[in-house]
Design a protein around this ligand. Structure first.
Ligand code: AMP
Ligand code: MN
Ligand code: MN
Length: 312
C-alpha cells in the first residue's frame, strides 16, 4: 500500500518503540538513513534502535553513532511497535524480520519496490533515501543537527557517486547545500569514503585482470572469485572502473561471496538494468541494479551475459 510522506510522519509520531533497519550489504545510504532517522526519533523522545543483519564496511564506520548499530543474534526478540525499513523493500533485511512482529513502515527510493502488502512511502525520483529522510525531518519539525546532517549527506553523496550520476537533480544539490549549512564538512566525508587499504588497491588490480568485453564492446564485466573478494572490505565502487569505458552501455561485476553464491552488480548508460535484475530475482534502479545468483561464478556469468544480451 502506497502512503504519503505526511502519513509516514504520522505513523512515526504515533509509535514509541521503533526498530530501524536497512538492506543487507549496507551502503552509505542504508547506514546514513538509519543513523539519521535514529537520531531524529530519539530527539522526539522515542526509543529507536538500529539492527542490520550484516557487517558495515570500514569507511562507513566513521559516521556519527555508528557504534549504535546492532546485528540481530539467533533467537533474539526486540519489543517494538513499529518496524521501519529504509532503502530497500522488506525482503532484503535478513534476520531482522524475525526480531519483531510489529507493523511495518517502509521508506525507499527504488523503482522495483511496489509496496505489495506493506505501508510504503516511495519516491523514485529521490537520488537517495537520505533525501527523503531530510524531508521527513522537516515534516516532523525536527532540527537537523551537524551529526544528522553528516549521515544524510553521506547517503546522498554515495548514492549519486558524489553528485555525478544521472539521479543527481537540482533538489539533490539544494538538500546537500542545506545540509552543509547545518554543519556538514563535505571534504571530511569524501576523504572517509574514498579511503582504501593497500590490499584493496592490489585487489583492484586483480579485478581489472578479469575484465571481459561482450556484444561488440557494449558490455563489460569482471568476475571476482572468492579469494579476490576476500581482499576487499567492500567491493563497492570497483564496477565504476569499467562503467566509464566509452563504448560500454552495461557494466557488470560478479563477486563470489561463498561457494555458489554470486552477487551481481550492474550499471548502465541506457538499458534498464533494474528490469534485468528483477528478472533474475533482484532489483534496483534503471541505471544501477543487482541480484544474487546461487550458482558457480562461470554459470552466473553465462546467465547474466545472456540476460543482458536479450535486453540490448
Ligand atoms: P549495488 O550494485 O550493490 O550498488 O546495487 C545497485 C542497486 O541495486 C542498489 O540500489 C541496490 O539496492 C540494488 N540491488 C542490488 N542487489 C539487489 C538484490 N539482490 N535485490 C534487490 N535489489 C538489489
Ligand atoms: Mn542502498
Ligand atoms: Mn539508496
Amino acid at each position: 500500500m502506497l502512503i504519503t510522506l505526511k502519513e509516514a510522519a504520522t505513523r512515526l509520531q504515533a509509535a514509541n518503540r521503533i526498530l530501524i533497519t536497512a538492506h543487507v550489504q549496507p551502503d552509505g545510504d542504508a547506514i546514513g538513513s538509519t543513523l539519521a532517522t535514529m537520531q531524529i526519533l530519539r530527539a522526539m523522545g522515542k526509543t529507536a534502535e538500529i539492527f542490520i543483519d550484516d557487517s558495515v564496511r570500514r569507511n562507513l564506520q566513521a559516521l556519527p553513532h555508528f557504534e549504535q548499530i546492532r546485528r540481530p543474534a539467533d533467537g533474539e526478540h526486540f519489543d517494538a511497535d513499529l518496524l521501519l525499513v529504509l532503502d530497500t523493500s522488506p525482503d532484503r533485511i535478513g534476520n531482522v524480520r524475525k526480531l519483531t512482529d510489529a507493523p511495518l513502515l517502509n521508506v525507499d527510493h527504488h523503482v522495483t519496490n511496489i509496496g505489495d502488502g506493506y505501508a510504503l512511502y516511495v519516491e523514485t525520483k529521490a537520488a537517495a533515501t537520505c533525501e527523503i529522510i531530510f524531508k521527513l525531518a522537516r515534516e516532523l519539525g525536527e532540527a537537523i543537527t551537524p551529526a544528522i546532517a553528516t549521515c544524510l549527506y553521506t547517503g546522498i553523496a554515495t548514492d549519486t557517486g558524489f553528485f555525478q550520476f544521472s539521479n543527481t537533480r537540482a533538489d539533490t544539490l539544494a538538500i546537500a547545500s542545506e545540509l552543509i549549512t547545518c554543519g556538514v564538512s563535505p571534504h571530511f566525508i569524501s576523504e572517509q569514503m574514498e579511503k582504501k587499504t593497500l590490499a584493496e588497491v592490489i585487489g583492484l588490480r586483480d579485478a581489472l585482470n578479469t575484465l571481459k568485453i561482450y556484444y561488440g564492446n557494449k558490455v563489460a564485466g569482471m568476475t571476482l572469485d572468492y579469494a579476490t573478494v576476500s581482499k576487499f572490505d567492500s567491493t563497492e565502487g570497483i564496477i565504476d572502473e569499467i562503467r566509464v569505458i566509452d563504448t560500454v552501455d552495461v557494466a557488470f561485476l560478479i563477486s563470489e561471496r561463498a561457494p555458489n553464491v554470486c552477487r551481481v552488480s550492474m550499471r548502465s548508460k541506457d538499458v534498464d538494468v533494474a528490469k534485468i535484475a528483477a528478472r533474475l530475482g533482484g532489483g534496483g534502479h534503471i541505471r544501477a541494479a543487482g541480484c544474487t545468483l546461487k550458482t558457480t561464478l562461470k554459470d552466473a556469468e553465462k546467465i547474466l551475459v545472456e540476460a543482458i544480451g536479450k535486453a540490448l
